[in-house]
Ligand binder design. Structure first.
Ligand code: 4AD
Ligand code: MG
Length: 428
C-alpha cells in the first residue's frame, strides 16, 4: 500500500504493509521511531521491543537515513505524529542498510546541485516534480481542448533561429549541425497541414549569462497557428496561463505548501492581464529608476524592477523592429515596430513568453533578411514555405521552467529542473 492511502481514517485499526525509505529515525529505550517516505508521503512507524522479533528490532535500530525497508503494522491516529497517523510495526524487512547519506540539513544550493541525483529524493524536489507533471498535463489538455495538434520537430538542425551568439555547434559527419534554439520554423512548416500545432521540446542556448532564469537546455512549449493575429495570439495565451495556473492550484495544494508558496498569488492570476505597448514599459522602467534608451533590450535586471510590484502578467507588445529577429512581421502601418509580444510574469520574474506574427510574404521576408545581413539561401526551406499558399500566422514560445519557477514562487530556475544544465554544470 502507498503511504498516501493510509493518511486518513479509513485504515485506522487495520494492518497494512508499506515500502519505502527511512526519512528520519530516533531511538528511545524500548522504542524506535522511524519516519518512512514513499512517492506519496511520509508516515511515522513505531517499532517496539518484544512486539517484533529481536532481529527485527535490531534492524530498526540500525536503519540509517535512506535505508530501504518494508513495514507491516497496525494503523492508528496519532496527533503527535508528523502526518497525524502512525503505524505500529508487527514485521520489518530491510532491503538495504544505506551508507552514510551525504545530505544533512542546511546544505548550500551549490552542494545540492552537485548531489542532485540524491537531492531528487527530497520532499521539496518530489513536490516540484509533481507540479512539473501537472503543468505539462495541463498544457496538453488546454491545447487539445483548443484544437491544437502536438508535433515532434527535430533537435539537430542546420541553422539558427534566435541569433548566432547562443548557438551550440555539434560535429555531424563532417558537417556542422546545431542544437535547436527554438522549434518555431518547423512548427511553421507543420502549420500548413495541421493549422494549429504545438510542441513541448528541449531548446538549447549557449547562454554565457549567469542569471536565476537561464539554462543551456530548457523545456520549450511552442505553438503556431494559421490565420491568427498578434492580438488573437495574446488572447489565447491569456486563457492558457489562467488555465494552467488554476489547474496547479486545484491539483497541487499539498506540494505548493511544501514549497511554501502563497497561493493567493496564484489566485490573483485572472483575466484581463495588463497590455502595454513597448514604449509604456520603458516609461515604467524609468519611473523605477532604470536608465533606459528609447530602444533598449530588457534583461533580467530590468524586467525584475519593472514587474516586481505587479500581481498579474503583463503583455508587452510591438517592440522596435531593430531589437527583434528577422522573422517578426513589421506593422504595415508602422514598420519601425513589429507585431509581436512578450509576456512578463509578475513579482519580479519577468519574461516567460516571446511570440507574435511572422512575415508571411516571401519578398518581404527576403528583403528583411538582407537588411539584417543574413543570406536567404541559408534559410532556403524556411523561405520556400512562403512559396505555396502562404497565410498570415502567429506563434509563441513559453519557457516551461520559467513558468514553473514563477508559479511555485521559487528563487532560481535550477530548482524546478531535475538535472539543470548551465555553462558551469553538465553533471550529474
Ligand atoms: O524569446 P525566445 O528566444 O523566443 C523564441 O525562441 C521564439 N522562436 C519562440 C516562438 O515564437 N516559437 O524564447 C522563448 C521563451 C522565452 O520567453 C523564455 O521563457 C524561454 O523561452 N527561454 C529560456 N528559458 C530558460 N533558459 C533560457 N536560456 C531561455 N531562453 C529562452
Ligand atoms: Mg525573448
Amino acid at each position: 500500500m502507498h503511504i498516501g492511502e493510509i493518511l486518513n481514517d479509513s485504515h485506522v485499526d487495520s494492518v497494512v504493509t508499506v515500502r519505502g525509505w527511512v526519512y528520519r529515525s530516533r531511538e528511545s529505550g524500548r522504542l524506535v521511531f522511524l519516519v518512512i517516505r514513499d512517492s506519496t508521503g511520509i508516515v511515522q512507524v513505531v517499532v517496539e521491543k518484544g512486539v517484533v522479533t529481536p532481529e527485527e528490532f535490531e534492524a530498526a535500530k540500525r536503519s540509517t537515513i535512506e535505508t530501504s525497508i518494508e513495514v507491516e503494522g497496525k494503523c492508528s491516529k496519532e496527533q503527535k505524529a508528523v502526518t497525524g497517523y502512525e503505524l505500529h510495526a508487527t514485521k520489518i524487512k530491510v532491503y538495504q542498510f544505506a551508507e552514510n547519506f551525504p545530505i544533512t540539513k542546511d546544505k548550500s544550493d551549490e552542494f545540492l546541485l552537485d548531489i542532485r541525483h540524491l537531492w531528487l529524493r527530497s520532499r521539496e524536489m518530489t513536490a516540484i516534480m509533481k507540479m512539473r507533471e501537472t503543468l505539462l498535463d495541463s498544457i496538453r489538455s488546454f491545447m487539445k481542448e483548443n484544437g491544437y495538434h502536438e508535433v515532434q520537430p527535430p533537435m539537430f538542425v542546420g541553422g539558427m533561429v534566435e541569433g548566432g551568439s547562443t548557438l551550440f555547434e555539434v560535429p555531424y559527419f563532417g558537417e556542422k549541425a546545431y542544437l535547436t534554439q527554438s522549434s518555431q520554423f518547423y512548427l511553421e512548416a507543420f502549420m500548413f497541414s495541421l493549422e494549429n500545432v504545438y510542441t513541448i521540446s528541449p531548446s538549447f542556448r549557449a547562454e554565457k549569462s549567469r542569471t536565476r532564469r537561464h539554462l543551456t537546455e530548457y523545456s520549450h512549449y511552442e505553438a503556431e497557428a494559421a490565420w491568427v493575429s498578434n492580438q488573437q495570439m495574446m488572447d489565447m495565451e491569456e486563457d492558457m496561463i489562467v488555465y494552467i495556473a488554476q489547474h496547479l492550484l486545484d491539483s497541487n495544494r499539498e506540494e505548493l505548501e511544501i514549497v511554501k508558496r502563497d497561493v493567493n498569488k496564484i489566485r490573483a492570476i485572472e483575466k484581463p492581464f495588463y497590455r502595454y505597448r513597448y514604449e509604456k514599459v520603458i516609461e515604467i522602467g524609468r519611473q523605477k529608476g532604470l536608465q533606459l534608451d528609447d530602444v533598449s533590450d530588457l534583461g533580467e535586471k530590468e524586467e525584475r524592477a519593472i514587474t516586481e510590484d505587479f500581481d498579474k502578467p503583463i503583455f508587452v507588445y510591438n517592440f522596435p523592429t531593430q531589437l527583434k529577429p528577422f522573422y517578426h512581421r513589421p506593422d504595415p502601418e508602422d514598420p519601425l515596430h513589429v507585431l509581436n509580444h512578450d509576456v512578463l510574469a509578475p513579482e519580479g520574474y519577468g519574461e516567460v513568453i516571446g511570440g507574435g506574427e511572422r512575415i508571411w510574404n516571401k519578398d518581404e521576408l527576403i528583403a528583411r533578411m538582407r537588411s539584417e545581413n543574413l543570406n536567404p539561401e541559408d534559410y532556403q526551406w524556411y523561405v520556400d514555405l512562403r512559396s505555396y499558399g502562404s497565410v498570415p500566422h502567429s506563434g509563441f514560445g513559453l519557457g516551461v521552467d520559467r513558468v514553473l519557477t514563477w508559479l511555485a514562487g521559487l528563487d532560481h530556475i535550477n530548482k524546478v529542473v531535475p538535472f539543470p544544465r548551465s555553462m558551469r554544470r553538465l553533471r550529474p
